[in-house]
Design a protein around this ligand. Sequence first.
Ligand code: ATP
Ligand code: MG
Length: 570
Amino acid sequence: MENRENFITAFIKDDLASGRFDHVVTRFPPEPNGWLHIGHCKAFYIDFSTAEQFGGACNLRFDDTNPEKEDESYVQAIKRDVKWMGFDWGDREFYASDYYEYLYELAVKIIKKGRAYVDDLSEEEISAYRKTNVADKNNITETLPGEDSPWRNRSIEENLDLFTRMRAGEFPDGAKTLRAKIDMTSPNLLMRDPVMYRIKRDFHYRTKDKWRIYPMYDFAHPLSDAKEGVTHSLCSLEYEIHRPLYDWFIREAEVFPSRQIEFARLNLTYTVLSKRWLSQLVRGKYVSGWDDPRMPTIAGLRRRGYTPEAIRSFASQIGVAKMDSVVDIAFLEYCLRQDLNKRTQRAMAVLNPLKLIVENWEEGKFEELDAINNPEAPSAGVRKIAFGRELWIEADDFAEVPPPKYFRLYPGNSVRLRYAYIVTCVGYEKDENGVVAVHCAYDPATRGGNAVDADGVHDNRKVKSTIHWTAAAKAVPITVRVYDNLFAVEKPMDVPPGKTFLDNLAPHSLETIETAYAEPLLADAKPEDRFQFERLGYFVRDADTADGKPVFNKTVGLRDTWKKIAGKVL
Ligand code: ATP
Ligand code: MG
């Protein structure tokens, strides 16, 4: 795995050099409340590749301490997607919910040290005592000191008794909390006696109804890291302000000294990368599901035709930074094209079909021609494609009256039909709806052309355009879904007051072409088989069929916009 030197590896090297640790363990800790997105790919790429670089291990830990939205189906989806991306956690699969007893014991230990207390204040009262206001919630710092809860000085015995009874289910939901006794005047609001446990009678997908109290993230996360002997807990930048708390719990619980290191979150133009927003799109049916090909989820990208290699190359090249930034989606597409260009089978498909009739070709006669499977991989060889009298071509490859610089078919003009012959337009048929057929004559001396001159016939004529086609009698009908960005603006989360990111959804991000015509090869394609349709872009066979026709999703076009903007972005 490719991994460059960065501030994380420098940090770890220092820890190894100073003897703080003699090995490296990292972890990827998704909460099973949604499917993974490409931001998670960045995170687990860093987690796995950093561990590998130091000969260490990376744990897959389900951070499942919040019963409301978690579910086994998400666990399965997460495992499938991490695996598909090519990462292997072996037997290092863990669940924070397996640590509930251990976490409870540590909470008791902290109570016994006089560093935690049971509070009777409600959630709203806790906020009020902290002096939190709306503005603070965003930047989590406050200059006005908070006030102690009237319950802060309960005796250790009373706290132990109440905490035991909280666990036993003696109090209703929300009636009490267990709070760490830190500092109600800290400028960091998170340090103002954070809640460690709350009472909740929610059913947990793994522990069922065994627990009536659930640990909070800030308490559970560091201690779960410690339980697993995680040396370096790598997470995104929004956790930086939580680090003093992370360290506080490790110290007070007297456990393995895991360390937290933060890196910048991945943001991409024209999309949102947070499960919270993505699940809103799914629930509101703005997309067909978590795996809608317009979604930045791993499953969505897979269905769109992305390869794990392309995503890994992207993750490697964006690197690790300490500053949040927005990566242009064109760069992700660039990484994808680099990979697809090397590996995909070429094929010809016509998305907007217009009949082309070769007048000097015998009716009912077909000829087999050689077509190159992949010019980037000569070992992929050639395949046979049939040429006949009636062909499909793209409607916009013909013009009755050519606009300036139009070199494709128009009356009197000649083009090459890819892998076949040069043809000259000799006329066309029209009805009230427009052009219905184009007539041409082929030149037998131009067979093969830029393909394989197997019989030694050389292309002795030059034309300015080569167009793709399929033989009408042999072509298979397919349905094609063409996608655009889900959002109409670069930064969908930038919204004026009163609007939400949903107002930034693009009005038309999916166009369905009911019937396109493709060469017969595509009839045998299996879901996730990828192709380059010549001149059109990359396409992938979807698992869906529409009216008996196979469905292909457009992955990305051929034209690279990244190179043009590269200078200004990276
Ligand atoms: P939510 O938006 O609901 O908080 P999340 O997208 O942050 O969800 P988690 O399951 O909380 O998902 O995250 C698992 C791990 O992935 C965390 O360590 C988090 O730091 C990391 N992560 C999540 N989103 C990104 C992102 N956009 N870029 C980099 N890392 C991310
Ligand atoms: Mg999160």
